[in-house]
Ligand binder design. Structure first.
Ligand SMILES: Nc1ncnc2c1ncn2[C@@H]1O[C@H](COP(=O)(O)OP(=O)(O)OP(=O)(O)O)[C@@H](O)[C@H]1O
Length: 331
């Protein structure tokens, strides 16, 4: 089995989203395959925010798309509210997917440049509920635009290119909320924004999730950002889960997976100044997902690695209450 264990999953009835043994491979030249996501399991409780962190290429976006079945994973099970997505007809899948809204990193690219803000926010609802009450729809659009910190009267007839990146991202959030989702999947949505706009957006997301009772998957390569907004964190490395932990465990004097340790060491510490995370610098050492290392995928960069790590894949085990680590050397 390619899994990294499922001991961290909670009782099925208590979760909104339950993902088991997700596997995604992409075809590559010469008949080879990119092992992008290999046996990832996690769950998200109603109203909970789970952060996904790991350096570029570790499979975070692929997990997000596989959860949405955009496209369906090669194998694995995705249950949303006890509905298994893989068993649904194409029509039922499209309907069920509305409850999960995905927001991307580049708001300009994900908003149709030829549509005005009011239409962008309304278009999802128009597709799903044709012939609804136009007045009520416009009211809700105004409300949501104001809610996400845009002056609805000002931006109503504007096009995306007339807005800043932060404003576009706010439109994307309003557009997602319009569909009344139970799960918001945010894929690197702060990465293209200035640091000051990032913190405004984090506050907006926290307020929004409380007001709308939303669960979130929050994806970022920046552990500092993920820590700020998440209840629990999944640390991913080369298509696998290295560690799952409650966010409080990050502040405790506790032992972590050696990869989490590397990420922690690269979180900016100087107030007001961004230090380039050292983990980005180490990215060239990332092995290829075309040919991932045997056993523990982190072993080629791990200071603790031994022969056992090459031969035997570590499974996620609960090392401290609420803290699951996949490492032979952490007890
Ligand atoms: N359509 C595709 N075809 C081939 N390989 C792909 C495809 N999409 C993703 N990959 C590869 O799968 C791996 C995981 O990519 P993914 O985008 O999920 O990572 P990520 O952690 O989200 O990184 P980033 O933050 O850079 O988006 C990478 O090696 C990537 O090159």
């Amino acid at each position: 089995m390619a899994g990294t264990g499922k001991t961290h999953l909670r009782e099925a009835g208590s979760t909104l989203l339950r993902v088991e043994d997700l596997q995604v491979e992409f075809p590559a030249k010469g008949g080879r395959r990119v092992h992008a996501v290999s046996g990832v399991s996690f769950d998200v409780a109603p109203g909970e925010t789970v952060g996904f962190v790991g350096e570029s290429g570790c499979g975070k976006s692929t997990v997000a798309r596989a959860v949405m079945h955009l496209p369906a994973p090669n194998s694995g099970v995705v249950n949303l509210d006890d509905t298994e997505l893989g068993t649904l007809s194409a029509k039922r899948l499209r309907e069920t997917r509305v409850a999960m809204q995905l927001i991307f990193q580049d708001p300009m690219a994900s908003l149709n440049p030829r549509r005005k803000v009011k239409d962008l926010v309304q278009e999802g609802v128009e597709i799903w509920h044709r012939g609804g009450d136009r007045h009520a729809l416009e009211e809700r659009t105004r409300e949501l635009l104001d809610d996400v910190g845009l002056d609805s009267a000002t931006v109503w007839n504007r096009y995306p290119h007339e807005l800043s990146g932060g404003q576009c991202q706010r439109v994307s959030i309003a557009r997602a909320l319009m569909m009344r989702p139970s799960l918001l999947i945010c894929d690197e949505i702060l990465a293209s924004l200035d640091v000051s706009v990032q913190s405004q957006m984090l506050n907006l997301l926290k307020r929004t999730r409380a007001e709308h009772g939303l669960a979130m998957m929050f994806i970022s390569h920046d552990l500092g950002v993920v820590k700020n907004i998440s209840d629990r964190i999944l640390v991913m490395y080369l298509g696998k889960v290295a560690e799952v932990l409650e966010v409080d465990a990050l502040d405790r004097e506790t032992v972590h997976h050696p990869y989490t340790q590397l990420l922690l060491a690269s979180v900016p510490r100087v107030t007001g100044e961004r230090i380039k995370p050292s983990v980005d610098g180490a990215a060239q050492d990332l092995p290829s997902p075309l040919n991932p290392p045997s056993g523990c995928r982190f072993r080629t960069r791990c200071p603790l690695a031994t022969d056992r790590c090459a031969q035997e894949e570590p499974q996620l085990e609960e090392k401290r209450p609420g803290q699951f680590i996949a490492c032979h050397h952490i007890s």
